[in-house]
Design a protein around this ligand. Structure first.
Ligand code: SF4
Length: 444
């Protein structure tokens, strides 16, 4: 297996990676691998149907899951009913955008339903290469904001460390899809030292986000070496880990990893559930282990056409997340990335979903709907407009039921600083204001 991995990776840090995947009994197994425990398997899972001959010992070993990912249309055809046309389409897409699905994630799919929300996130669609409108490779212009290779510094007090581009699964909606064509890579020790040096020298950086790809593809030992060095920098207050492992390969959240988390806190985790079908006993148990290590878990989902673009679907997802102790944090408008046009919804869809949730479920279950602006403009949150009009003394609101209420406006009585008017016309000369559609959101 080491040989295969070395063929796959082009980085100098192969030892780190090969250490991650050389699971022939040399590493501590994931905590859920304890053979005395019954297998944790979703009632909705197709595990027995698709992988019935795989023993629990392997199934619950994240390294086995990683090594046995489905990475070609030929492999996929062993499990999924693919017509000749569909086979050819997937084959064509994967020559541009490759495919990788863990056996665990495959077992959550209804492979006979083309609209299955789990399958749609993982199985390539021909529309990735045939529908092209506005998408670009790097809409957030992360390359422009890279201060040293792999380190993105866009906001004043936080930085993003991109440690690898390897992921356990290749999500069809991925913002960093552009990296897939570069093959698999891991930052070298020199790269990492350069990133740490930048952080050491910039005392305004108080929050560091470890990301990828998915940084949990690195061994726990490797992650610990980065995190422990970050912890030695006094002005770094918070470390955040962005990972989809609890969703697509929850077996990775083992006791060695959780012990490391509890040693170097405060650490926060952002994960990425998109549909309630991804909430399973396995993912719930993984989250439970993370929370027990003292790490709060937030969710950042992506709004996608046909997958999670209704109030009902978001309600089920967000209420389900709270039940497993995950806070719905962001609902992202799908970025304008090449190869994802078919998944994007109108921006109003996100606003209407929030409107359909607000008041009908607790605020804890309602994420912030966010558009990450192109050209590196950063994130803006959008919400329904409940403020209808205001005078110096009063503000007119509607509530979630459409009833009207007037509030006294204390700010009018103080020496309030006027909010600076944004210079929209100067910064956006191409924007056609004569076609503004949303007159009802203009404050009078
Ligand atoms: S896990 Fe994240 S980075 Fe990796 S493919 Fe999915 S969305 Fe992209």
């Amino acid at each position: 297996m080491k040989t295969n991995l070395k063929t796959m990776c082009s980085s100098n840090s192969l030892d780190t990676l090969s250490e991650s995947y050389s699971s022939e009994g040399d590493d501590e197994p994931p905590s859920s691998c304890d053979e005395s425990e019954p297998p944790q398997c979703s009632p909705a899972s197709n595990r027995l149907k698709l992988f019935g001959t795989v023993p629990d010992k392997d199934w619950n070993d994240w390294k086995w899951q990683f090594r046995n990912r489905i990475t070609s249309v030929e492999q996929l055809a062993r499990y999924a009913p693919l017509s000749i046309k569909r086979f050819a389409e997937i084959s064509a897409v994967t020559s541009t955008y490759p495919l990788a699905i863990t056996p665990y994630y495959l077992s959550l799919m209804d492979l006979y339903n083309p609209q299955d929300p789990v399958a749609m996130q993982a199985i390539p669609s021909i529309e990735e290469i045939t529908v092209k409108t506005t998408g670009v490779e790097d809409p957030l212009e992360e390359k422009r904001d890279s201060v040293v290779p792999g380190l993105v510094h866009r906001y004043p007090d936080r930085v993003l460390m991109v440690l690898t581009d390897i992921c356990p699964m290749l999500c069809r909606h991925c913002t960093r899809k552009r990296e897939w064509k570069n093959g698999d890579w891991v930052r070298t020790p020199n790269d990492i030292e350069a990133m740490l040096n930048y952080i050491r020298q910039n005392k305004n950086v108080r929050d560091v986000i470890l990301s990828g790809g998915d940084c949990l593809t690195l061994s726990t030992k490797h992650l610990a070496s980065v995190i422990s060095r970050l912890r030695q920098i006094n002005h770094v207050e918070i470390i955040r880990i962005g990972t989809r492992f609890p969703v697509v390969l929850p077996q990775r959240i083992d006791s060695e990893f959780c012990d490391m988390l509890s040693e170097y806190g405060p650490i926060w985790m952002n994960t990425h559930f998109n549909t309630v079908n991804e909430i399973t006993p396995d993912s719930a148990a993984a989250i439970d282990r993370i929370v027990h290590a003292g790490v709060p878990v937030n969710n950042q989902s992506v709004l996608m056409r046909g997958i999670n673009d209704t109030v009902e679907k978001q309600m089920k997802l967000c209420q389900g997340l709270l039940k497993i102790k995950v806070r719905p944090y962001y609902l992202f408008q799908c970025d304008e990335v090449q190869g994802t046009d078919h998944l994007r919804t109108p921006i109003d869809t996100g606003v209407k979903i929030i409107e359909g949730m607000r008041g009908y479920t607790s605020g804890l279950a309602i994420p912030n709907f966010v558009v990450d602006l192109p050209q590196g403009g950063g994130k803006v949150t959008l919400q329904p407009n409940y403020l209808l009009a205001r005078t110096e003394k009063e503000v007119l609101f509607s509530n979630y039921q459409g009833r009207f209420f007037t509030c006294h406006n204390p700010a009018a009585e103080k020496e309030a600083k006027p909010h600076p008017e944004p210079e929209v016309t100067a910064k956006n000369p191409a924007f056609n204001f004569s076609e503004v559609m949303d007159a009802d959101r203009v404050i009078v």
